[in-house]
Design a protein around this ligand. Sequence first.
Ligand code: UD1
Ligand code: CA
Length: 472
Amino acid sequence: MTTLRPAAVLVLAAGEGTRMRSRRPKVLHTIGGRSLVEHAVAAARGTHPDHLVVVVRHHRDLVAEHVAQLDPDVLVADQDEVPGTGRAVECALASLPSDLDGTVLVTYGDVPLLTSETLLGLLHTHAATSAAVTLVTARLADPTGYGRVLRGPDGDVSAIVEHQDATAEQLGVGEVNSGLYAFDLAVLRKTLAAVGTHNAQGEKYLTDVVAIAHERDLRVRAHPVDDVWQTEGVNDRIQLARLGAELNRRTLERIMRDGATVVDPATTWIDATVTVGTDTVIRPHTQIHGASTIGADCVIGPDTTLEDVEVGDGATVVRTQALLAVIGPRANVGPFSYLRPGTELGPQGKIGGFVETKNAQIAAGAKVPHLTYAGDVTIGEKANIGAGTVFANYDGVAKHHSSVGARTFIGSNSVIVAPVDIAGNAYVAAGSAITHNVKDGELAIGRERQRNIEGWVERRGEKDHGPTDPTT
Ligand code: UD1
Ligand code: CA
């Protein structure tokens, strides 16, 4: 069987989206780490069309710019002031070569769970039945608001009637138009030209193409789908949350089928963009976002949020917040760690409790175990940063960088005042304030030497050694 490819996919995204009550365009709202229109473009792209068009109008520049960033090969078509899905398609067609023929798919920018596989199934039905028009239909418990699918005695589709234009009898039809179609391009051009705006909404309906094609003895077929989530659009924020939760459920199932354990799917949120390796365990209350990749045999969570984080095989990350960071293989992070952008922890490295890092390259086997701020610092292999160390990178005007060499030991509660370079195989005494470079093999002590003053208490005139009673 030859692989079917559409000549074009048209993604309609010119609608106003008023029910979102948002200053942002509806299709730029996100679920599962991608904007609604990004989901639509990804599904469309998966069918390998010769042309991919997104139709825009409301918030035109924002949507066009976003789409161009996602996929520079997308054609952006502007819809004019004539409203309706039919007009949107006409405007999209105007951006395609006039001699183009073949099959055109139409989808919506606000139907985020639709997959490429479903579009390919539609394409297959369309080709196999030699139909001029094939539309995806669904049976919904509550069809309110949808166009109803009217079928003739032969089972062919004869018309779609919009909810607002339907008779009481037509409203009783349970099969609805999902708004996803395959068209023969030449038929689409000709029939659209015959569509008017005489309907309850005064719009140019794409759905009118169906009755016109039927009247011209062209074959119109339905492609029913059972997975109605794939046809559901986002009109308000309640649907946004519903579809977001369902997408998450599907992503977690994919991850589990691929061999990772998700201990508590109800409290785990993983973006569709994330990959998780085999035998990794995701513990409860964990969120993994963006372009994160998690290796095999890791333990992530509980209570961990990772965004754009790369985690190597066998790493453990517990009660951690991390953004734009790399955690090496078999490294250990947490609990209560905060990894900010530019953190790179090497293999078997450690970032422990109440440690904050930023632009910190921590080499293999190095340890920053407790209560430390490590900002703008390079730490060498197997170095040990004592509890309470602060890399003071900011002098009130500018940020400066420090370095600590391999196998160097920084004593507890030291402050390293950047810029300072501490070589390898060196020691810093506990409680030091280090403001000058330290060479290989040196011990740096940057603090007042301890003095013990004999007889001090007696001279102060205290009668006994106990502290004074705080209640008097
Ligand atoms: C449409 C169908 C209806 C179907 C339903 C499925 C028509 C006339 N009706 O109705 O049969 O059951 O979808 O969800 O097609 N859009 C534009 N330009 C416009 C109007 C809409 O690009 O002028 C886009 C919207 O951004 C949206 C999509 O088309 O992505 C659907 O628009 P919407 O207004 O939601 O269509 P419905 O009235 O729900
Ligand atoms: Ca809609």
